[in-house]
Design a protein around this ligand. Structure first.
Ligand code: KIV
Length: 264
């Protein structure tokens, strides 16, 4: 049986860590599931790691739909969430709903939307229409041009406060998962404290309810200098299966992320 958002909430309530990885095709989905992954994200990182672009911005809705269908064919048990690519959620709530519905029809159980408090109205509209939402805050790669690069966020006090306010408001608007990317660990810990929904960290904190990494990064295949939060699990293992198993084991045991993968 496929995991549901209720299973993820129960895991978080029981203190069992959620192990999530990105994935874009059915063969990797089968490997991930065989090694006990809890959740799979069809991320728009596919623009960088699959398509070879230098940002996720060129990724289209049709491409995420295609990769979601591929992943779903290889997966039977993992919780599936899919990214709303650039330009598909920065429109009216009604237009966003139509776009998100196509991802749900492709097999996703939840959509992930980047952005803070400005996305609350949209989150509310989607949730009221039956589409669960994962809100993604901190480093939001779709805003790379505004942020001036893929940089750690929330170092300044006003930025940190705005992230805390956003987390609270997004939960109040109905988001059922909060993904926190590239913020200093003390701020990530605060963000985990102010919400009661499960939190998924990437460059955040071991205290999040779960962790996510880009699969190609943890297999040491990224064509870019890996960010601090990446651990190339394949280097300690030698096979893809064992690398994924080690990732799952280390997330479950709160051994990953270690201090060297977090921002101070
Ligand atoms: O697109 C993606 O893979 C993501 C993760 C980095 C969280 O959003």
């Amino acid at each position: 049986m496929r995991k549901t958002i209720l299973d993820l909430q129960e895991m978080a309530a029981q203190g069992e860590k959620i192990a999530m990885l990105t994935c874009y095709d059915s063969s990797f989905a089968r490997v991930l599931e065989a090694q006990g992954i809890d959740a799979i994200l069809i991320g728009d990182s596919l623009g960088m790691v699959v398509q070879g672009h230098d940002s996720p911005l060129p990724v289209t809705l049709d491409e995420i739909i295609y990769h979601t269908q591929c992943v779903c064919r290889g997966s039977k048990r993992a919780f599936i969430l899919a990214d709303m690519p650039f330009g598909t959620s920065q429109v009216s709530p009604q237009e966003t709903f139509k776009n998100a519905a196509r991802l749900i029809q492709a097999g996703a159980q939840m959509v992930k939307i980047e952005g803070g408090a400005a996305m609350c109205e949209t989150v509310k509209f989607l949730v009221q229409g039956g589409i669960p939402v994962c809100a993604h805050i901190g480093l939001t790669p779709q805003s790379v041009n505004q942020l001036g690069g893929f940089k750690v966020q929330g170092r300044a006090a006003d930025q940190a406060q705005s992230l805390i306010d956003s987390a609270r408001l997004l939960e109040q608007s109905g988001a059922s998962l909060l993904l926190i990317e590239a913020v200093p660990q003390p701020l990530a810990d605060q963000l985990c404290e102010v919400v009661s929904i499960p939190t998924i960290g990437i460059g955040a904190s071991p205290n999040c309810s779960g962790q996510v990494l880009v699969i190609y990064d943890m297999l040491g295949l990224g064509a870019y200098i890996p960010p601090r939060f990446v651990k190339a699990f394949i280097k300690e293992t030698g096979s893809i299966e064992e690398a994924v198993k080690l990732y799952v084991d280390e997330v479950k045991a709160s051994l990953f992320p270690a201090p060297e993968h977090c921002y101070k």
